[in-house]
Design a protein around this ligand. Structure first.
Ligand code: COA
Length: 207
């Protein structure tokens, strides 16, 4: 049986980045898929489909939706029957015994050294470095140029802004947000929003 091309769920900036990564690594992209409330049409030279038939028949896809909560909802509900494929830029490096879940997006040169674990639907932007024994939970997102030192832990859904550094063995709790440029020197509680060097809880109106 002839295998269909891949579908990319989401046609925003991340969707276009994922299309570029897949095409750069020699994979055929069939179309973008968007919720019916978004406009169908064309994007980056590919069709954009918003019809229920396309959603129902989608089997191989990359979930290129920037918001981690939305990625989780789609993976666990509307697309739970889907087989998810990873989009790994060919210039990225993955070291010995490191394991990646399904649907990981590695958007450009990034390096994961040895014995690291990356969960499902994790978004890793260009220029990230992930050192030995680090763990990244499902649906987490790392902005461009994040650096995880050895044994760092980023739990499910945590969102690290551009240029975040996590020191060795520090833990960023589930669904926490770490602001751009922050250095995580002590554990971040689940759901917290932290900024700065060293990273501290965000309190508005203080700066
Ligand atoms: C931390 C963050 C999530 C806060 O967003 P927000 O709640 O909308 O915050 P605001 O823009 O209202 O700013 C609130 C205050 O925090 C400060 N602040 C915001 N981001 C900050 C940061 N990264 N570091 C230090 N201070 C920051 C602001 O100066 C402001 O201070 P003030 O109230 O004293 O004026 C956001 O600023 C951020 O850093 N996001 C990362 C974006 C990114 O890199 N994405 C990568 C996509 S590829």
């Amino acid at each position: 049986m002839m295998e269909d091309g891949l579908r990319i769920v989401g046609a925003g900036g991340l969707g276009r980045e994922v299309a570029w990564v897949l095409e750069t690594s020699g994979q055929k992209v069939e179309c973008f898929l968007v919720e019916p409330s978004f406009a169908a049409g064309a994007c980056a030279g590919l069709p954009v489909r918003d019809d229920l038939e396309a959603w129902a028949s989608t089997r191989r896809a990359v979930l290129a939706v920037g918001d981690g909560q939305a990625r989780m909802r789609l993976a666990r509900d509307k697309l739970r029957e889907c087989v998810f494929v990873s989009a790994l830029h060919p210039a990225s490096v993955i070291g010995a015994r490191s394991r990646l879940g399904d649907g990981v997006m590695l958007l450009g040169p990034a390096s994961i050294t040895v014995d690291a674990e990356v969960g499902q639907h994790v978004l890793i932007n260009p220029g990230c470095t992930i050192a030995h024994d680090s763990r990244i939970g499902d649906f987490a997102s790392l902005g461009p140029g994040c650096h995880l030192a050895g044994g760092a832990i980023v739990e499910e859904g945590a969102n690290l802004g551009t240029g975040v550094v996590v020191l060795p063995r520090r833990r960023v709790g589930a669904w926490a947000t770490v602001g751009a440029g922050a250095v995580v020197t002590s554990d971040v509680p689940p759901g917290a929003v932290v900024v700065g060097v060293p990273a501290r809880p965000l309190t508005k109106g203080d700066s």
